[in-house]
Ligand binder design. Structure first.
Ligand SMILES: C[S@@+](CC[C@H](N)C(=O)[O-])C[C@H]1O[C@@H](n2cnc3c(N)ncnc32)[C@H](O)[C@@H]1O
Length: 413
């Protein structure tokens, strides 16, 4: 494995940067497995990001490495904390055979190869030839020549080296592709960033009788899968300059210009009386709304986008909020004053805005009264799409292409 310039060599002490990143990921991501932190300490991320200054490579940030013609990110090295969380969920044992969908830079495949050790096998698939070629080069440079990088649509898995003990997708998926499940050993585990009506959660699943059930669920946010497994496009650009975008996961008919005009008008505000931290929105309230509120929507824009006002969430130059969308208006969550904890305010727009705002206030209060359930407490059971309603456990059912997902918070039952 490549060495690292130390303080004496004049450059940054890369081993020290790796140690501090590994410790940060372990504590911030609540990563239990010591082997995952050890892999983060050992594998040189900067070798997978040749154009990035080494200091930046060891920050806990996603780094975009490829964009499409419209400027949208289509490949990256994911944020180390979510990589650590997902590897912890995956539970890779020495000697394991692992399939990764989304090779990207190859860094995560190298972490997995470190976890399997020399007796294991890692195959990583990427849909783009240039990305796969670069990942292969990075893996060679970093001392992982045995990781097999394949250029293909990962929807088909990679039957040639099946069965696998573990399958992981490092790209946001709309559904569990049948090939991934078929290519796992009977007691195998799959970890994927799964779309739950517009909210993504990293879900670890294992077989249980005739279906798959979740063992661990954590919030996450990945770029979406392309190719044959891509989900329906429910994103609408409201304003290109400020990158103002609306997503309506329930498939509502949208007139982007009408929604934009509504947002430009004066809003009526209602207080919720519920004080939160930003992390509770990402891992809790947004999921509650996605599961319980049929007309829910999300909006994001660049930091400078005035139309959204003060949003409850801001990440890497962008701000995010959620709300409800009706024919006569919309209602959105806003952030009240306060540096860390703040009150959630609801702003209603359009003729039905105040009524929609009242409904959204009621949802926020119901989530609060239920003990603020989060992704961690959620249970997901995935059944084949042919399964009849009566055989699904109680809860919300989300139908995908190949599977029916039954979602519930067992603690609330
Ligand atoms: C967030 S990046 C993966 C990060 C990567 N694991 C790493 O460590 O750098 C997502 C990758 O998924 C790839 N991808 C998108 N759709 C795919 C598909 N259908 N099959 C395989 N790869 C796909 C993209 O080209 C992109 O490189």
């Amino acid at each position: 494995m490549a060495g690292s310039p130390g303080p004496d060599g004049g450059g940054p002490d890369l081993a020290a940067l790796r140690r501090s990143l590994a410790e940060y990921v372990r504590t911030r991501g609540e990563v239990a497995g010591a082997a995952v932190a050890e892999a983060l300490r050992a594998v040189p991320r900067h070798l997978f990001l040749p154009g990035t200054p080494p200091e930046a490579a060891y920050r806990d940030e996603a780094i975009v490495t490829k964009r499409d013609a419209g400027g949208r990110p289509i490949s990256s090295s994911s944020q180390p904390t979510i990589m650590g969380i997902m590897l912890d969920q995956l539970g890779v044992e020495p000697g394991a055979r692992v399939l990764e969908i989304g090779a990207g830079t190859g860094y995560n495949a190298a972490l997995i190869a470190h976890l399997t050790g020399p007796g294991g096998e890692v195959v990583s698939v990427d849909i783009d030839q240039d990305v796969a070629d670069a990942a292969r080069d990075h893996l060679l440079d970093a001392g992982f020549p045995d990781v097999r990088v394949v250029c293909a649509d990962g929807a088909e898995g990679f039957a040639e080296r099946a069965p696998y003990d573990r399958v992981i997708a490092t790209v946001g998926v709309w559904d569990l592709a049948p090939a991934w499940l078929d290519q796992l050993v009977p007691d195998g585990r799959i970890v994927v960033p799964l779309d739950l009506r517009g909210v993504q959660c990293s879900v670890a699943m294992e077989r249980e009788d005739d279906h798959w059930t979740s063992r661990s669920i954590r919030p996450c946010g990945f770029m979406r899968i392309r190719g044959t497994a891509a989900g329906p496009e429910r994103t609408h650009v409201l304003d290109r300059e400020s990158e103002l975008t609306l997503e309506s996961p329930t498939g509502h008919d949208i007139d982007p210009q009408a929604v934009r005009a509504r947002l430009a008008a004066t809003a009526i505000e209602r207080n919720t009386g519920v004080v939160v931290g930003a992390a509770e929105i990402f891992g809790g309230l947004a999921l509650w709304l996605a599961i319980r509120e049929p007309s829910w929507c999300t909006l994001f824009g660049a930091d400078a986008c005035d139309l959204l006002g003060d949003t409850p969430l801001a990440v890497q130059g962008h701000k995010f909020t959620a709300g409800v969308l009706g024919d006569g208006g919309l209602a959105l969550l806003r952030r009240g004053p306060g540096p860390e904890a703040f009150e959630l305010i609801v702003a209603g727009y359009g003729p039905a805005g105040d009524e929609l705002a009242a409904g959204l206030v009621a949802q926020v209060r119901a989530w609060d009264a239920a003990g603020r359930p989060t992704a961690q407490g959620l249970r997901i059971d995935a059944y084949p799409i042919s399964t009849r309603d009566g055989r699904l456990d109680a809860g919300t059912v989300i139908d995908k292409t190949h599977t029916r997902l039954a979602l519930s918070w067992p603690a609330l039952a």
